[in-house]
Ligand binder design. Structure first.
Ligand SMILES: NC(=O)c1ccc[n+]([C@@H]2O[C@H](COP(=O)([O-])OP(=O)(O)OC[C@H]3O[C@@H](n4cnc5c(N)ncnc54)[C@H](OP(=O)(O)O)[C@@H]3O)[C@@H](O)[C@H]2O)c1
Length: 306
């Protein structure tokens, strides 16, 4: 609760702000007067702008997510979070890369940890606050072979070699989960009562990604595609236009601060050719029954009530 004689602070919390385009989002947000910024990251020795407090968070561990949320609550001293940006992500792990609790790494980091974090922090969000989850247009990839055929939650959570819980297919699935979770959150009573805006953000193809836990081979293949094939396809399909990390970082900051307003009733903003567009998510992503099932299963896996 803010006291009358205290300058109101704007509180922003981010994951995925230590590298890639999230680093640029952070640099912009921290410049705003009266802003207090917390970043969840692996280790506290990260290179962040002055004034940013880094709290330890390893999204590959649900225990770490809970510890982070508890520590953040202490730091907030009763104040609300105005902007929560859940941007961290890994790309397509193998079947033997597992989280601390034994879930497939991509599903665990990209979806499950952020699902838990959003549910733990939702009650701390201020009236009129914003919650942004970074998804991707890869929730519905142009290569249908990679697209999730339906909710295969068990296969994503407990991957086996060659299954949909590994490689790029698991990445697409996790980004679908992000988009579905955003829509489920937007339907919650708390979000509607407090006028919180929930947004799923697709940065489009963006350079400068660290590649995270991807293998050297995966990184090399992506780097060749980015330099050769994508620029050619982009001539006819702007979805393949490569954005500079500075640009996607600015767009994410603008979405999170409301500088890019969302049209009424829309949850998904997608950069196409570098510009914000507001397309309907895929049919599967919009399926409310499927959203509810993902919500329930994720609650079970993170030991939350429904
Ligand atoms: N780049 C693209 O073309 C593209 C397109 C669509 C969507 N996206 C999405 O955009 C987001 C950012 O992507 P990017 O390209 O900027 O990726 P990136 O350069 O690989 O950055 C990923 C961020 O996630 C953090 N992270 C990864 N694993 C973590 C863990 N276990 N615990 C805590 N933090 C963790 C990284 O922290 P460290 O610094 O510790 O590694 C880093 O800050 C991701 O959600 C990605 O799926 C990217």
């Amino acid at each position: 609760m803010q006291e009358d004689n205290v300058m109101p602070r704007k509180i922003i919390v981010l994951t995925g702000a230590t590298s890639g385009f999230g680093r640029h989002t952070l640099a912009l947000l921290v410049q705003e007067q009266g802003t207090t910024v917390f970043v969840g990251a692996r280790g506290t020795d990260r290179d962040v702008p002055p004034g940013v407090e880094v709290l330890p968070l390893d999204l590959a561990s649900l225990d770490s997510v809970r510890t982070f949320a508890a520590l953040l609550e202490e730091r907030l001293e009763g104040a609300g979070i105005d902007v929560l940006i859940l941007n961290a992500g890994v790309h397509g792990a193998t079947a033997d890369q597992l989280s601390a609790e034994g879930f497939g790494l991509t599903f665990a980091v990209n979806h499950l940890a952020h699902y838990l974090l959003s549910r733990l922090l939702l009650p701390k969000l201020s009236k009129g606050g914003r919650l942004v989850i970074t998804s991707s247009n890869m929730h519905e990839p142009p290569l249908k072979r990679l697209a999730p055929k339906g909710l295969e939650i068990e296969a994503w959570a407990h991957p086996f070699p060659g299954g949909s819980g590994t490689g790029t297919r698991s990445y697409c699935a996790s980004k679908l989960c992000n988009l579905m979770t955003a829509q489920s959150l937007a339907r919650t009573e708390l979000v509607r009562e407090r006028g919180i805006e929930v947004i799923a953000f697709n940065p489009g193809l963006t350079g400068g990604a660290s590649g995270g836990d991807a293998s050297a081979l995966q990184k090399a293949v992506v780097s060749v595609l980015i330099r050769t094939v994508f620029p050619l396809i982009a001539l006819i399909n702007p979805t393949f236009k490569m954005n500079a990390p500075e640009h996607s970082g600015r767009m994410l900051a603008d979405v999170a601060t409301g500088t890019i307003p969302m049209p009424e009733g829309r949850v998904y903003v997608s950069l196409v050719g570098g510009k914000p567009t507001f397309p309907a998510p895929s049919a599967l992503a919009q399926d409310v029954e499927a959203q509810d099932r993902l919500w329930r299963e994720s609650a079970r896996m993170t030991s939350l009530d429904r």
